[in-house]
Design a protein around this ligand. Structure first.
Ligand SMILES: [Mg+2]
Length: 410
């Protein structure tokens, strides 16, 4: 196989930078230059640090820590709420620039992409120069910085972009692995979670280099077969996973909420899901679109992310239909652990086809459609907050009991 060339592009302190861009445009202080963070409601002193500036990091503030603790470390900390619309706007803008350089781009998260630059040497003979060009264009055209990692596979490119920040280009080619990656602590290896890291450290494996040379039988015993093999491969810079280019159609609508009080019951979760279903389907209906896939994403208090999605037998734009599927998905994949974040997404968007007609006329569906369009037109007049469905406030308890019962039957 020909040598591959992969770029990993990662926005530096994404949410904070994106909020800063907005504020600088309005003539306000640059959050990146002062101790600041994105967090929960600054007045309530609850919630967690979602992103922090480099000056805030100097006070020892860490992402994920409770806001009260962060404020004790730095009483002058400027705390700003999150603005998801702004994040989506900035995310789209930087991905559009990246996409100009190769047809094969994988969106890895809201602020990260992989670019497969293999076989592009005729157009871009010098990868390091090209990486600098992408990085500088994003900085100059959009006002925020990224790091670019260059390597022959995704894992090494991802590791490279994590070296010194911000606004830097790093390489991690095969002959650089021993000098650049092996001295790093083992917990910094991509996909090495807290639990794996502490098992490795207590077995005396403290650096990525030690992991790379560790006995595979011992690693399998410590971490299980799959994780043991994967982490040892990654430590040796071995990874042949492809850059997965997604179809344009994968785009959709999503809502995501980070909560201050843990979501620990179906009652709370369902209330949030209904509110989110309401928001995303209203946006979709405004564009005369329908979806064929519903997904839920959540994050536990230990920062584990999980997502689950389902294709629908026919496309829909009905809030309650989307809400019902989202609830089912949660029943299937939530184990009861407290959640910090929950999101609902609708994808596989159908923009011009007609909704497939069921053979049975679904009266309830027709009623729901009427309710939806009535709510949408009120929203159009008075803004999104003017209408809240009764059930987002009231029927949670009943739903929760019902779902507890249903869970037992699975
Ligand atoms: Mg980032």
């Amino acid at each position: 196989m020909a040598e591959r060339l992969v770029f990993h592009i990662d926005v530096n302190s994404a949410f904070l930078s994106w909020e800063a861009v907005k504020r600088v445009q309005n003539g306000e202080a640059d959050l990146r230059l002062i101790p600041s963070c994105i967090g929960g409601d600054p007045k309530s002193r609850v919630g967690i640090v979602v992103a922090k500036s480099i000056p805030a990091k100097k006070y020892g503030i860490t992402t994920g820590e409770p806001m009260a603790m962060a404020l004790r470390k730095c009483p002058n900390l400027v705390v700003v709420p999150s603005d998801f619309e702004q994040y989506v706007k900035c995310s789209k803008a930087f991905k559009a620039i990246c996409k100009e350089y190769t047809p094969e781009m994988e969106s890895f998260s809201i602020d990260e992409v992989f670019l497969d630059m293999s076989g592009m040497e005729k157009i871009y003979p010098d990868p390091i120069k090209t990486a600098h060009e992408i990085k500088d264009r994003i900085r100059d055209e959009l006002g925020f910085t990224v790091n670019v990692g260059i390597a022959s596979n995704k894992v090494c490119a991802k590791m490279a972009s994590d070296f010194e920040k911000p606004d830097k280009v790093h390489t991690l080619f095969e002959d650089e692995i021993a000098s650049k990656m092996w001295p790093l602590p083992v917990n910094e290896l991509f996909t090495c979670g807290k639990a794996s890291a502490s098992k490795l450290i207590s077995a005396g494996i403290k650096t990525i280099g030690e992991l790379a040379k560790a006995d595979i039988t011992e690693l399998k015993r410590l971490l299980g077969d799959k994780t043991g093999i994967q982490l040892r491969n990654f430590a040796n810079g071995i990874d042949d996973s492809p850059v997965k280019e997604e179809k344009e159609e994968a785009k959709g609508y999503s809502a995501e909420t980070t909560v201050d009080d843990n979501l620990d019951s179906f009652e709370k979760i369902n209330r949030m899901l209904l509110a989110q279903a309401d928001i995303v389907t209203a946006r979709m209906r405004a564009e005369n679109a329908r979806c064929r896939c519903v997904g839920v994403t959540f994050r536990t208090t230990e920062f584990k992310n999980k997502s689950h999605q389902r294709k629908l037998p026919e496309s829909t734009d009905v809030t309650d239909k989307v809400y019902e599927v989202a609830k089912e998905l949660m029943i299937e994949c939530w184990n009861g652990e407290p959640l910090r974040l929950i999101g609902l997404s609708i994808t596989d968007i159908d923009r011009d086809g007609f909704e497939q007609m069921s053979f049975i006329v679904d009266e309830r569906k027709e009623k729901m459609k009427k309710l939806d369009s009535a709510l949408d037109s009120i929203r159009g007049k008075f803004g999104d907050d003017s209408v809240k469905r009764a059930s987002t406030v009231e029927v949670g308890k009943r739903i929760n009991r019902k779902f507890k019962a249903e869970r037992k039957n699975i």
